[in-house]
Design a protein around this ligand. Structure first.
Ligand code: FMN
Length: 216
């Protein structure tokens, strides 16, 4: 691994981050730290800026236990402080696009009429996708938010484990997602590493830059 830029703080935090296998279940995220994570994820980029998803942040132990049982009993679900469940829309409705355009108009103090061109473009493009295409597209957006959570948390020295190892249908049932027109796509457990987690000492395994990049 090329460590020549390792001294820069941001890169350093990316080396510090690892997919935590064992959390210290005595340590809880403070309200302040949680707020920093919520704000970081809120600022994630998304295609057109639509953010076609919602995120459930679970602290309640009973719910975490149920989720653990639907996640191949992975201990991170109950040992971490909070579980973030990213859930994209099952079907993107006209009202989602309207709400977004209303938000642009009020955030930027502009008239709704001036956004007519954008409205037509968004509705024509997104609403003509099949439900499956919308779901795939929506799920992709959640992964950008997930990536942001992992990197931001590392910057604040908060540990995470991204996870796809869970039963999506069971998660949807536990969190009543279907009735909210949502479906779970990916999750992350968040908290503080246990000193006993030997994985934190493992060397990073990554492709060489020459294998990963083609610079033209
Ligand atoms: C989308 C995604 C899903 C993952 N699912 C799981 C999982 O279910 N359980 C787990 O322990 N680790 C999971 N991981 C962690 C990866 O195994 C880990 O990120 C990878 O081996 C690289 O190691 P590092 O993140 O520690 O650098 C997942 C990672 C990603 C990005």
């Amino acid at each position: 691994m090329n460590l020549e830029v390792k001294n820069e703080n941001y890169i350093e935090s990316l080396y510090w981050r690892y997919a935590t296998k064992k959390f210290d279940n005595e340590k809880e995220l403070s309200e302040e730290d949680l707020e920093k994570l919520l704000e970081s994820v809120q600022l994630s980029a998304s295609s057109y800026g639509l953010q076609p998803y919602e995120i459930f942040v679970i602290k309640d132990s009973e719910t975490k236990q149920k989720l653990r049982e639907a996640a191949w009993n992975q201990p991170q679900l109950t040992e971490s402080s909070h579980v973030f469940v990213f859930a994209n829309f099952r079907k993107i409705e006209e009202e989602h696009i309207d709400a977004y355009l209303d938000n642009i108009a009020s955030s930027r103090n502009t008239s709704r009429e001036s956004l007519k061109g954008m409205e037509d473009m968004l509705k024509n493009t997104i609403l003509s996708l099949s439900e499956e295409e919308q779901r795939i597209w929506g799920a992709k957006q959640t992964y950008i938010a997930l990536g942001n959570l992992l990197s931001a948390a590392a910057g604040f020295k908060i540990d995470t484990c991204p996870m796809e190892g869970f039963d999506n249908a069971k998660f949807d049932e536990i969190l009543n997602l279907e009735e909210k027109n949502l479906t779970s796509s990916v999750i992350a457990t968040v908290g503080y590493r246990s000193e006993e987690d030997s994985v934190q000492h493992f060397e990073k395994v990554r492709k060489n830059k020459s294998e990963l990049y083609t610079i033209l």
